[in-house]
Design a protein around this ligand. Structure first.
Ligand code: URA
Length: 232
């Protein structure tokens, strides 16, 4: 593991102990110990991965990055801030306001399901980079009868005017005047599944993301609920 040397006041602030000004006060009061010694210098350099930092007798549980799985409801924007609409960050009710969390990729406002929130830019880049072709699985309900021709068209790639989609997988669950299916796509263009269905003369009436790569939506999370991801 490479060293991760940072200022003590920054580490405490990033760990939710308050603003830089507030944590400086805590340090100067003598409430912070590093490796069993009280530290009064706010600029002391520490490695939060290996040094034992105690604040008022409690050992700091340092997290270099935060990863949150959210079950996004319809009506919520996949952005960090909006003047009028509720955003995915608003659903955390300030819990991680000391971290710069953002959603990895976007779901439409009326799409439900898995959103990953993190402050890990490198992971976000890896998941979003088109060259990595990370699969995203959706459950979809459409008006119209899905059939084998639709399956073949999704597989072949669908021309959407400005681009042709990569080969994707359509698994029909139920076919009728209304149909349900699972769709796996390997890219994430604007309104992609709605536009693919539209190209097949079907209208999406419900869309939910179930997984991103190996990360599956936890079925125990109700709409609007979230949980921090475990190491696994
Ligand atoms: N495809 C869509 O059309 N909308 C989404 O939100 C996600 C994928």
């Amino acid at each position: 593991m490479s060293a991760n040397i940072q200022r003590l006041d920054k580490v405490l602030s990033n760990s939710g102990y308050g603003t830089r000004k507030e944590v400086k006060k805590i340090i100067k009061q003598g409430s912070v110990m590093v490796n069993n010694s009280v530290v009064l210098d706010v600029g002391t350099k520490v490695d939060p991965e290996t040094d034992i930092i105690e604040v008022a007798g409690r050992i700091l549980d340092y997290k270099a990055n935060i990863y949150i799985m959210l079950n996004k409801p319809s009506g919520v924007l996949s952005t960090t801030y909006d003047k009028t609409e509720t955003t995915v960050i608003d659903l955390l009710y300030g819990e991680y306001s000391h971290r710069d969390l953002f959603p990895v990729g976007r779901l439409d406002i009326d799409t439900e399901g898995l959103v990953l929130l993190t402050d890990d830019g490198q992971l976000a880049h890896r998941l979003l980079s088109p060259k990595n072709m990370v699969p995203k699985l959706y459950y979809v309900e459409v008006n119209g009868r899905l059939d084998e021709q639709d399956v073949s068209a999704f597989n072949a790639g669908i021309c959407l005017g400005d681009f042709t989609t990569l080969s994707s997988e359509l698994e029909i669950l139920q076919a009728g005047d209304k149909s349900t299916a699972l769709v796996k796509i390997y890219e994430g263009k604007f309104h992609q599944i709605k536009r693919m269905m539209q190209a097949r003369n079907k209208e999406v009436v419900y869309l939910k993301r179930l997984s991103i790569g190996p990360l599956e939506l936890d079925e125990d999370l109700d709409l609007g609920q979230w949980r921090e991801l475990t190491c696994e």
